[in-house]
Design a protein around this ligand. Structure first.
Ligand code: FHN
Length: 432
């Protein structure tokens, strides 16, 4: 039975923190053509073996990653403990296909967890339900397996129960040997590979036995497509805790069947790939990402922003630059993100609104001619108005220019045609 009270309790930090770092990193960082390379290029285990032999990320310094995440204002992080290729960044006892058996000899999951916890960042692990390295994972005619159209595998029998035992035992290792985990990011269900096919009820009961407060995404039931039973009044035991839209911000936010707000987290790449992709320089400007983070919060959502470190363990310089620029904005404006949610005031034409109780944050992204209109509040409701970044008092304008519009509060935030912050100038209105 779904316990709504316990659910609300464990979701508190998630709904408060709003901004996290996704980290896709593994053997696929060497060929640098994306984390699906085995599948897209139909590589056999043997073809892919060279990367296992080579993997030795000498520049891996999780402290540097953690400091950068903190500087960017990120409050939680999720690292790929294992992606679809089956390679484990942790010292699992269940397969030899793990980082401690590479030249590096390191348990990267453990080091990541320590470094991020030290910076006060909540820690999550991504765990692929799919495993293209395991002999008992379906190969031929599977929708995604690298050998899906290789006739050599036609008719091969795979003992899926055996795979499930292995997969569950790996999740147990992560849940029992690495301290408190704040989040588990299962990825992903497809076709009939969903729900009880993963023995999801048993899996989730085990996860919650060892990590009672852990937050889990909804992908034991769905992929980036579909919401799953968390959007219904009767979630399954494995519904997960939130919806995980991928590469999209839900246009109108998300609501459950009864119209109640639904927790969600948009996972977004900085360029066009999750894993390090050397030729992909299609990075979104920091200004766009800042505006999109605000958009998520204004619709009751979170943003999980991805980095794909290279084979050496270094975060691409473009991503570093973007994170620093986001950090410069967050440093002065984070009160309009953390603890904030959608406002009942509709989106204004000059930007967006986030709200935390009696504090309404007007994110002004487009300048006006003259005074700035703050929609949805009346003069009599206002206790005070401040520019968020430096606390400057803003007086309500009362003159012949604005007097025709008594239902809108106007302020003067700049004597020049330019907004003080061209990306997003945040005006904090405290209401009575
Ligand atoms: O196939 C993966 C993909 O590589 C990546 O990990 C994303 C992140 O959300 N999830 C899957 C596709 O939905």
């Amino acid at each position: 039975m779904f316990n709504r009270e316990m659910y609300n309790k464990r979701m508190e930090w998630f709904k408060n923190d709003r901004f996290g770092m996704f980290i896709h990193w593994g053997l696929y960082s060497i060929p640098a053509r994306g984390e699906w390379i085995r599948s897209t290029e139909r590589m056999s285990i043997k073809d892919y073996e060279q990367y296992f032999e080579e993997f030795n990320p000498e520049s891996f310094e999780p402290e540097v990653w953690a400091k950068l995440a903190k500087e960017a204002g990120m409050k939680y992080a999720v690292l790929t403990a294992k992606h679809h290729d089956g390679f484990c960044l942790f010292d699992t006892k269940l397969t030899e296909y793990k980082s401690t058996n590479t030249k590096s000899g390191r348990d990267f999951v453990r080091e990541y967890l320590e470094a991020f916890r030290k910076e006060g960042i909540k820690v999550g692990l991504y765990f692929s339900l799919i495993d293209w390295h395991h002999p008992d994972y379906p190969h031929y005619k599977d929708m995604h397996h690298p050998m899906r159209d290789n006739k050599e595998y036609e008719g091969k029998v795979h003992n899926f129960d055996n795979y499930l035992e292995f997969m569950h035992a790996q999740v147990k290792e992560l849940c029992t040997e690495y301290g408190k985990l704040d989040m588990m990011w299962f990825d992903f269900s497809y076709g009939d590979m969903k729900g009880e096919k993963w023995q999801a009820d048993k899996l989730m009961k085990m996860v919650r036995t060892y990590q009672p407060d852990i937050i889990v995404d909804n992908r034991l039931e769905v992929s980036g497509e579909g919401f799953g039973s968390i959007a219904t009044q009767n979630p399954t035991s494995y519904s997960g805790d939130y919806v995980s839209p991928e590469q999209i911000i839900p246009p109108n936010g998300l609501f459950d069947e009864e119209g109640n707000e639904l927790a969600w987290e948009a996972c977004i790449t900085m360029n066009d790939n999750w894993g390090y992709t050397a030729l992909d320089k299609n990075f979104k400007p920091a200004s766009t990402i800042i505006k999109k983070l605000v958009e998520c919060v204004s619709k009751n959502g979170n943003m999980l922003l991805n980095i794909g470190p290279d084979a050496n363990g270094r975060i691409p310089k473009e991503s570093v630059q973007i994170l620093k620029e986001i950090g410069s904005w967050m440093k002065y404006n984070n009160k309009s993100i953390y603890g904030c949610k959608a406002s009942s005031i509709p989106k204004p034409e000059n930007g967006r609104i986030t709200q935390n109780g009696k504090k309404i944050y007007y994110h002004v992204m487009e300048n006006s001619i003259g005074y700035i209109p703050l929609y949805g509040i009346k003069t009599g409701e206002v206790e005070k108005i401040r520019l968020l970044y430096d606390g400057t008092e803003l007086k309500i304008v009362n003159n012949w220019i604005v007097n025709n519009y008594p239902d809108i509060v106007f302020v003067n935030i700049s004597k020049t045609p330019y907004l003080p912050d061209s990306i997003d100038t945040v005006v904090e209105v405290t209401i009575k």
